[in-house]
Design a protein around this ligand. Structure first.
Ligand code: COA
Length: 254
């Protein structure tokens, strides 16, 4: 079984994180599959809407930390950046169904979705600072814009989780439902969209988001350069080693 399941039904492409034993953490191969899926969805006439979903207990623990240690993304063509550009630029609607933890890119990818549904067990976090890193996916631009600066600063500087009701309040999610129902709810909403005229959906999304696209891509590229450098620096190496060794990181020397 693949770690990313791809399925098309009635105009809806569903991409499912399928690596539950590792908390749906995302490897390089999984980013490639996600990027391929998004790029196919952008051009395939059989796809009108995309849904990204996980399991009722876990959306995604973010980037695979062993991959961060062993094969960190090195260029803007790396699979993670390909995926991020694809999700930031796709013209068709993208929905997400989030239950359980959504860590790092598990949360930041949601800034690029059009509709987000959450299980009442959802826990969102962007712990980049705690890993010796900096924000990615243009979250340093989009989190302050969506949440307001102080709430974004709390989420990005402290990196502590916030939960479904708080995510609803700041506008990151549209609706909170029981975790066992979230994937089905997102699918039902996606089917509603898929029955509408695609040209109107695309034009409406373009009118809402088009004017910030260049700014978003520029911020992603800027973050990507810092992130790529910081991945190789002592603070991040200590954080990743500590995670792999199941101990607390010691940042006293970095
Ligand atoms: N990368 C690689 N492996 C990961 C992972 C990640 N991001 N997140 C979890 N795993 C693995 C664990 O190493 C563990 O593997 P093992 O069973 O071989 O020991 C397994 O998934 C289960 O994880 P565990 O931490 O025991 O689950 P939990 O339910 O106690 O906690 C999380 C779930 C998501 C809160 C926790 O795993 C976590 O914080 N993960 C790291 C998140 C992170 O920092 N991501 C990077 C963001 S940039």
């Amino acid at each position: 079984m693949s770690d990313i399941l791809q399925h098309i039904d009635a105009g809806v492409m569903t991409l499912t994180f399928n690596r539950v034993d590792k908390k749906n953490s995302i490897t390089r191969d999984m980013y490639t599959a996600l990027a391929n899926g998004m790029e196919q969805a952008a051009t395939d006439g059989a796809v009108r809407v995309v849904v990204i979903q996980g399991h009722e207990t876990i959306f995604s623990a973010g980037n695979d930390i062993a991959d961060f240690l062993n094969q960190p993304p090195s260029t803007q063509d790396s699979p993670v950046f390909r995926f991020l550009r694809a999700i930031a630029t796709i013209e068709k609607p993208v929905l997400a169904a989030v239950a359980g933890p959504a860590v790092g890119i598990g949360t930041t990818l949601l800034f690029h979705c059009d509709l987000v549904y959450a299980g009442d067990n959802a826990a969102f976090s962007m712990p980049f600072v705690n890993l010796g890193l900096c924000p990615e996916a243009a979250s340093s631009l989009l989190a302050p814009r969506m949440f307001g600066y102080h709430r974004a600063a709390e989420a990005l500087l402290l990196g502590e989780p916030f939960f479904a009701e708080a995510a609803l309040e700041v506008g990151l999610v549209n609706r909170v439902v029981p975790p066992t129902e979230v994937n089905a709810y997102a699918q039902a909403q996606a089917k509603k969209l898929a029955a509408k005229p695609l040209s109107s959906l695309v034009e409406t999304k373009r009118l809402m988001k088009g004017s910030q696209q260049d700014e978003v891509l520029a911020k992603m590229a800027e973050e990507g350069r810092s992130f790529g450098r910081m991945l190789r620096e002592p603070a991040a190496r200590e954080a990743f080693s500590a995670f792999m060794e199941k101990r607390k990181p010691d940042f006293s020397k970095v």
